[in-house]
Design a protein around this ligand. Structure first.
Ligand code: OXD
Ligand code: MN
Length: 580
């Protein structure tokens, strides 16, 4: 593997700061992966699972204070504060380097530093991009093997000597007091110290493929989004590709692998978390999945909610913070209807009923994407897949209908910008609190979100056939707190309506917020949802919406004059349509 001189120089600088005992360049081979696993089994970083029922599967228990993304310690360090915008934490680059430099100085003494060249996206694709990260965590190296393409494939994909995002990661002392996740978009640089948790430490994922890539995408004219990519096949065998943004732990992985309840319809998985999308020479939007694995939330993944997801983690999987059964199988809440007896909890303690969840609510599986039974034959196509529809979905118990469609591109962008959601265990902090989360990018947009909306709006005119934009909410509840829509495999019914809308055959009714399925347009054959429940799931209430739009207006005010006029106009038009 011949390393570029810029990469070598950068790795040398990282070593000079962190002072590891030695530096190892990773080649991404199976032998390397096996060696890492052996080392981690020896030192207890990994525990073996049942070799018969879960071959080549391992359990990692993280430090109990290091179990989720820490957004309060995550910063965009652009030169100008305004370029990070009001929705990001900002620190001046020099201050950030001085502070984190203190934590990183000598942090790898007595440890090995692994230098990992990795490719985000399929080999041979113009849309793929390279990163080079260093880390002192073998768990991170093994996870990067599963989540990215490691080794010479990355080096060969560099367009220039310095064509890479540089990432410096150290576990430091794992103390939240000395933890920082820093992004320097102007330097194409990431520094992450004090955490071994996936979203903070696998730098290819959130730090590179979303925060830095979103900034790079704006410069280069493409989109880096927190989106699944899915092919929907109809009974005639025609496949329509959609990409969908949903906040963390809100069903993207389940939807990406959905097994249809509708005869003849099926879904093909291209990606479950991140989409990089470009407009091709013909004006078609195309998407690649920059990742090559899934880092999914385990709790509530079951043969009912995600049969493909449960099947794919039966081998060659690293589990983090799940519970353990007496027969050394992984277990998490929701996996089986009954809780097995004799569980060991995610911290390694005997679990007692009533003592809280046995698996951490943000426990995870990390697995190669090719293990997914529904993986699309096109998932590594260097051209990407053509996208006909975009979905913005969030977790809201009230207000937001099950599904509706934006009037056009600009209105769809407004619907994305207007998204809010109830928080989940994927981030540290309170669960279930409603917060604004435009396009599910609030934790991941690497620059001023007003400019991000403007970038989306500017993409519309480049598209020969702009994808239709839909808003979904699987999580609306009735007055008794029960979900109005069964979700999971039944979500294919909503996808089917979207495909019909794309083809011009789906029937819809106009409302102030967009097009809602006309009565009878959503295929409910064989479904136990009553017409009254469906009406309630699709209802758009003027009073609720006007209150929500007031809140949205206040949020938008935070952007000042940077907010694109089109967004403000869509908000005002919606209020008017509701009679305000
Ligand atoms: C994830 C997240 O891990 O969004 O995908 O937190
Ligand atoms: Mn995510």
């Amino acid at each position: 593997m011949s390393i570029s001189s810029a990469a070598e120089k950068w790795v040398d600088e990282a070593a000079a700061l962190t002072k590891p005992t030695r530096t190892v360049w990773c080649d991404g081979s199976k032998a390397e992966y096996d060696r890492l696993i052996e080392d981690m089994l020896r030192d207890g970083t990994l525990l073996p699972l049942n070799e018969r029922t879960y071959p080549n599967c391992y359990l990692h228990r993280s430090h109990p204070s290091d179990v989720a993304r820490t957004e309060q310690l995550t910063y965009i360090c652009s030169r100008e504060k305004d370029d990070a915008g009001p929705t990001n934490n900002w620190m001046a680059p020099a201050e950030a380097k001085a502070k984190a430099g203190g934590y990183l100085k000598g942090a790898m003494k007595g440890r090995t530093m692994y230098a990992i060249p990795y490719l985000m996206g399929p080999a041979g694709s113009d849309m793929s991009r390279v990163g080079i990260m260093v880390t002192d965590s073998q768990y991170v190296v093994a996870s990067m093997h599963l989540m990215t393409r490691v080794g010479s494939v990355a080096i060969q994909s560099m367009r220039r000597d310095d064509d890479f995002i540089a990432g410096l990661h150290s576990l430091g002392d794992l103390s939240p007091e000395r933890r920082l996740i820093l992004h320097f978009p102007e330097e194409k640089l990431i520094w992450s110290v004090g955490s071994g948790y996936g979203g903070n430490a696998l730098l290819g994922k959130k730090c590179h493929a979303l925060r830095l890539a979103s900034a790079q995408a704006r410069e280069e004219g493409w989109l880096a989004e927190h989106m699944l990519i899915l092919g929907v096949e109809d009974p005639e065998g025609r496949v329509t590709y959609v990409a969908g943004a949903m906040p963390s732990a809100s069903g993207k992985t389940n939807l990406a692998m959905v097994i249809s309840s509708l005869p003849g319809w099926r879904a093909w998985t291209v990606g479950d978390d991140i989409a990089w999308m470009h407009v091709d020479a013909t004006g078609q939007l195309r998407a690649i999945n920059p990742e090559r694995g899934f880092f999914g939330v385990a709790p509530n993944t079951s043969p009912k909610t995600n049969p493909n997801g449960t099947a794919m983690v039966r081998s060659n999987t690293i589990f983090t913070n799940v519970a353990l059964t007496p027969s050394k199988e992984p277990w998490w809440e929701g996996l089986t209807p009954d809780v097995p007896s004799g569980l060991i909890d995610w911290q390694g303690r005997p679990w007692q009923p009533g003592s809280g969840p046995a698996a951490h609510p943000n426990s995870r599986f990390t697995v190669d994407a090719s293990q997914c039974p529904s993986i699309s034959p096109n998932w590594e196509d260097p051209q990407g897949v053509p996208i006909s529809a975009l979905i913005f979905g969030s977790r809201r118990s009230a207000v937001i209908p099950l599904v509706f469609e934006g009037f056009d591109w600009n209105h769809g962008v407004f619907l994305g910008s207007a998204m809010s959601t109830e928080t989940t265990a994927a981030i540290t902090g309170k669960v279930g609190v409603v917060r604004r989360d435009p396009m599910a990018m609030i934790p991941f947009c690497g620059y001023n979100m007003a400019d991000y909306f403007a970038h989306w709006l500017a993409t519309g005119p480049k598209l020969a056939r702009p994808p239709k934009i839909f808003r979904v909410n699987w999580f609306r509840r009735d007055a008794d707190g029960k979900f109005l829509w069964p979700g999971y495999s039944e979500n294919m019914r909503v996808l089917k309506w979207m495909v019909e809308r794309v083809r011009g055959t789906g029937r819809a009714e106009e409302t102030p917020i967009g097009y809602v399925p006309a009565p009878g347009a959503l295929d409910t054959e064989g479904l136990s949802v009553t017409p009254a429940q469906l009406r309630e799931a699709l209802r758009c209430d003027a009073g609720e919406w006007l209150a929500a739009l007031d809140d949205l207006g206040q949020f938008f005010q935070g952007f000042g004059p940077r907010l694109p006029a089109s967004i403000a106009k869509s908000l005002a038009a919606t209020r008017r349509k509701f009679g305000a």
